[in-house]
Design a protein. Structure first.
Length: 236
């Protein structure tokens, strides 16, 4: 509209209205030309275009903590692949996605809830944790925090982080197994499991250990009974 206005003024200046009118219109035309050049220069050189903005964002340098997080995620993923190589090769586990992006996303969710140090310990100790949906694990952690509140009310010096450190498999439990008033019972169980792990046994070997123990008790008791070392009748 401004350009149109000055064009009209320029056309009017061509009519004989005196030297003063011609002088003013000449200045107006010169001003419009200069303004048009300035606008063109600003558009081309001052304001970046959307493509330039995207290129600038893509060239943003990674921050130190970004690199540390990426290295941790890659390290944890390699540990998981070593333990669960079949699921890693297939990319799924009983229909549940287990590709690299999904596994790293689950670890990121775990880290946001537990913190990086505890999350790494959990995965290294119990790689099966990354086979579960992140929503399932987050709900288990929430229930443990509820029990932590009960322990604080009861005056117990127990935290959900300490219990999970001893027994990361708690994050794979159903909701009914995480019910109760506080963490005392889970802490006692987790201490036993942590002691068994120190011997070198893993969680998937616990059922075998229990079965062997029962067999030894039964067979040993029968041998002691046959040898007459145990009473055949109880004194009551």
């Amino acid at each position: 509209q401004i350009l149109r206005f000055f064009q009209v003024q320029s056309m009017q200046s061509s009519q004989p209205h005196g030297a003063e009118r011609n002088f003013r219109c000449g200045h107006a035309v010169l001003f419009v030309s200069i303004a048009s050049c300035l606008v063109a220069c600003q558009t081309c050189f001052v304001f970046p275009q959307p493509m330039q903005l995207r290129q600038r964002r893509s060239r943003r340098l990674a921050l130190p903590w970004d690199r540390e997080g990426a290295e941790l995620e890659e390290r944890v993923y390699q540990v998981w692949c070593k333990e669960k190589w079949q699921a890693a090769a297939k990319g799924s586990f009983f229909g549940v996605p287990c590709d690299k992006a999904t596994i790293i996303d689950r670890f990121q969710s775990l880290s946001s809830n537990l913190g990086r140090e505890l999350a790494e310990h959990v995965v290294v100790t119990e790689p099966n944790i990354l086979l579960f949906r992140k929503e399932y694990v987050a709900e288990a952690w929430r229930l443990l925090q509820v029990l932590e509140t009960g322990s604080a009310t009861a005056g117990q010096d127990l935290t959900a982080s300490e219990v999970v450190w001893k027994n990361p498999a708690l994050l794979m439990c159903e909701a009914y197994a995480l019910s109760g008033s506080d963490l005392s019972q889970l802490d006692a169980q987790s201490s036993i499991i942590a002691a068994i792990r120190k011997v070198g046994l893993r969680a998937d070997q616990f059922p075998t250990l229990i079965t062997v123990g029962i067999i030894l008790i039964l067979s040993g008791g029968r041998s002691l009974l046959d040898a007459g070392l145990l009473p055949t009748k109880m004194p009551f």
